[in-house]
Design a protein around this ligand. Structure first.
Ligand SMILES: *[C@@H]1O[C@H](CO)[C@@H](O)[C@H](O)[C@H]1NC(C)=O
Ligand SMILES: *[C@@H]1O[C@H](CO)[C@@H](O)[C@H](O)[C@H]1NC(C)=O
Ligand SMILES: *[C@@H]1O[C@H](CO)[C@@H](O)[C@H](O)[C@H]1NC(C)=O
Ligand SMILES: *[C@@H]1O[C@H](CO)[C@@H](O)[C@H](O)[C@H]1NC(C)=O
Ligand SMILES: *[C@@H]1O[C@H](CO)[C@@H](O)[C@H](O)[C@H]1NC(C)=O
Ligand SMILES: *[C@@H]1O[C@H](CO)[C@@H](O)[C@H](O)[C@H]1NC(C)=O
Ligand SMILES: *[C@@H]1O[C@H](CO)[C@@H](O)[C@H](O)[C@H]1NC(C)=O
Ligand SMILES: *[C@@H]1O[C@H](CO)[C@@H](O)[C@H](O)[C@H]1NC(C)=O
Ligand SMILES: *[C@@H]1O[C@H](CO)[C@@H](O)[C@H](O)[C@H]1NC(C)=O
Ligand SMILES: *[C@@H]1O[C@H](CO)[C@@H](O)[C@H](O)[C@H]1NC(C)=O
Length: 595
């Protein structure tokens, strides 16, 4: 995404309808009570909270809070001048909202803000959630203040709040001890294919979660990292910053948080942009089925890309050549047992990522295709990878165990919200989901990320409430892209359909999330989100090759045929400009990131 996001988008914005009752940005309002107007949230069933004593924000020197991801590229030292509009702070909150803050019951949430220039009144508060669920949002504040991100370009007159989710980075962190899981050769693969492997996976997962729990201070935090708690943290910050309303831009897992906030605090909801959606209340099986549909569509997108790419090894072989090559590869791998991956097995990082396993099994390939297409689909790399594998070198499609999210903060954060029923906690129960989704899986990929939750979260030790759909009457903006793999576009449609006053923005193209893109045409959807955040005016219904907006009460038609939408830069696919032989952006990018 980086190459696209440095080019500046064309913003055509109406004049802002600025709210004037919002206090100026540089007074910190730290003495305000948590819920200054309208009292505490009433809560609903299962939302037990008790009144909390007021807390004050502790403002900190940002030099002491350089996010690790930023430090890795900026090398900021104590004497490096920092942008004057960048602020860092933390707030004490209860670990468990059903009890009052006390010495045994408190944690801090850390955050960074980009605030309007001195002497300018703030136009409002926009909270950003970066998803992951392990992504450190504060990084975005740094990137914004250093002009390295265009996501909030044109919104300089707002207070931009980037809170770290409790459990990570500068909020009281969970102590994620790595190495617990991977010491076991029985689980050196992306998913179990028999009872023995399933049992080994569950035992490793249990061991991992237990060690996180044992090593985290304060004791008991792992039981309190659910979305319920995260939205209360966010609302606490809203209150203490002195705002009546919260505007919101959340991507990916941040959509799950944003929708939960809107359901719980509807009268605090300002302009909400919810981009690449994890819907509340969609059954696991449906999410898995949609992810199978999405990955099968992406194999055809890769084929469509190949037809336009003279460097593609299957170029000129006609429509369907890539899909056919994948089918052949999978069949040969099943028959041969495995294929060598000569660049793997050395313990050395491969292709900008972690070390990879050799030889490559069909199970590995099934994960490899997913890894090639998730987040930032890499069609040239997949096409090359399949071709090389057919010629006996499966390195590009090999499994990289250290990049698997199972042993990261993703597991506790997700498993807090996704209840796994007892009958699914066996190999048979787990496998049944995949069997049921075969009808949506002509290319026999089998693996899906959502299926992996059923696997990971079977070991979660706490009771999780069953999810329900969240309906609301708010005029929020849902955003999706046609060919997102992480959160297939059908999931956004499902959530949008619960909200009859809301609009749906569909970016026609590839990749996960849309608000970070800039520059037309891929940035057309992002421009609409920025315009809405700035003015509160929802864009009108429209449809063109870049973006479709469906107004409240409208109907979304079928997802376009994978060959009908242009590929490449116009589809936000940066792979076309990637140097595929040196790409560091290839298979399995990061830990802490499932969505
Ligand atoms: C960071 O800056 C310090 C002080 O200027 C320097 O000594 C150090 O080598 C730098 N590190 C990197 C990784 O650039
Ligand atoms: C939070 O807990 C710490 C450690 O027990 C304690 O020192 C501190 O006073 C507590 N803060 C509040 C506001 O209760
Ligand atoms: C900021 O808002 C205050 C109170 O509404 C107003 O008096 C002041 O003129 C505004 N300042 C600017 C720079 O707009
Ligand atoms: C970012 O851009 C703004 C506007 O051009 C400029 O005032 C500011 O100094 C820049 N900040 C940094 C850290 O480069
Ligand atoms: C489970 O699968 C692994 C890997 O294919 C194999 O080595 C093992 O023998 C299988 N175990 C059973 C009980 O089938
Ligand atoms: C966690 O702590 C309990 C109690 O001390 C201990 O029995 C268990 O072995 C520990 N588990 C891990 C994975 O460290
Ligand atoms: C995290 O756990 C490890 C043990 O695995 C321990 O050595 C370390 O001190 C813990 N870190 C914190 C910040 O508690
Ligand atoms: C599978 O084995 C056959 C026979 O040895 C060989 O011709 C073929 O190339 C192998 N397939 C792959 C993808 O390595
Ligand atoms: C296998 O493929 C990788 C990735 O393209 C490449 O770096 C490596 O040189 C290849 N190895 C052999 C033996 O062809
Ligand atoms: C692309 O790869 C070529 C050959 O390996 C190399 O010379 C060139 O510097 C790379 N370009 C980029 C942008 O990484």
């Amino acid at each position: 995404m980086s190459l696209l996001s440095i080019s500046i988008g064309l913003l055509s914005l109406a004049l802002p309808a600025v709210s004037s009752s919002i206090p100026g940005p540089l007074k910190h309002h730290s003495g305000a009570p948590w819920y200054p107007k309208g009292g505490r949230p009433s809560g609903g069933p299962g939302w037990k909270t008790v009144p909390q004593p007021p807390q004050q924000i502790k403002w900190l020197d940002c030099h002491d809070r350089v996010p690790t991801t930023v430090q890795a590229v900026t090398n900021i030292t104590a004497s490096t001048p920092l942008p004057p509009n960048l602020f860092c702070g933390e707030l004490v909150v209860p670990m468990d909202y059903s009890k009052r803050v006390s010495a045994q019951n408190n944690i801090t949430v850390g955050f960074a803000m980009v605030r309007p220039p001195k002497g300018t009144n703030s136009s409002g508060l926009i909270a950003y959630h970066a998803g992951g669920p392990g992504i450190d949002a504060a990084t975005k504040a740094w990137e914004t203040a250093f002009n390295q991100s265009t996501t909030f370009l044109g919104l300089e007159d707002f207070d931009l709040l980037m809170m770290n989710t409790r459990g990570l980075e500068y909020s009281t962190p969970l102590n994620i001890s790595s190495g617990v899981f991977f010491n076991d050769p029985l689980i050196n693969h992306p998913f179990p294919t028999n009872e023995t492997q399933y049992a080994a996976y569950q035992s490793a997962m249990t061991n991992f979660l237990e060690s996180v729990n044992n090593n985290t201070t304060p004791a008991g935090l792992m039981a309190h990292v659910s979305t319920n708690e995260i939205i209360q943290d966010m609302d606490a910050l809203r209150g203490v910053l002195g705002y009546e309303k919260l505007h919101y831009a959340g991507i990916s897992y941040g959509t799950f948080v944003g929708a939960a906030y809107a359901a719980r605090f509807p009268d605090r909801v300002g302009r909400f942009v919810i981009d690449a959606v994890i819907p509340h209340g969609m059954p696991f099986q449906e999410m898995i089925d949609h992810q199978m549909t999405a990955i099968n569509r992406l194999i055809l997108r890769s084929d469509a890309f190949c037809m336009t790419d003279p460097e593609c090894p299957f170029h000129g072989q006609g429509k369907g050549a890539v899909a056919k090559a994948w089918d052949t590869l999978l069949a040969q791998t099943i028959k041969n047992g495995s294929i060598p991956a000569p660049s793997c097995g050395t313990g050395q990082p491969f292709n900008g990522g972690a070390p990879c396993n050799t030889p490559v099994t069909a199970t590995d390939l099934r994960f490899g295709v997913h890894a090639s297409f998730r987040s930032d689909s890499d069609f040239p790399l997949f096409n090359l990878g399949v071709h090389q594998a057919l010629n006996g070198n499966a390195s590009h499609l090999a499994y990289q165990p250290l990049e698997d999210v199972r042993e990261t903060v993703v597991s506790p954060l997700l498993c807090s919200d996704f209840a796994v029923e007892d009958s699914w906690k066996t190999f048979k129960g787990f496998n049944q989901f995949a069997l049921n989704s075969r009808k949506d899986d002509p290319h026999s990929v089998i693996y899906s990320q959502t299926w992996q939750f059923v696997l990971m979260c079977a070991a979660w030790p706490y009771k999780v409430a069953k999810q329900t759909t969240l309906k609301n009457d708010l005029d929020i903006m849902w955003v999706t892209s046609d060919y997102d793999l992480n959160l297939p576009t059908e999931l956004t449609t499902f959530a949008w359909e619960q909200t009859p006053k809301a609009s749906l923005v569909i970016r026609h193209g590839d990749d996960h999330t849309s608000i970070d893109f800039s520059g037309t045409p891929a940035g057309a959807a992002a421009d609409l989100t920025k315009g809405f955040l700035k003015t509160g005016v929802m864009p009108k219904a429209q449809a063109n090759s870049e973006v479709t907006v469906i107004s409240p009460g409208g109907h979304r038609g079928a997802v376009p045929n994978p060959y009908a939408v242009a590929t490449g830069l116009v589809a936000a696919d940066t792979s076309v400009v990637e140097n595929i032989t040196t790409s560091s952006n290839a298979i399995q990018k990061s830990t802490g990131t499932l969505f």
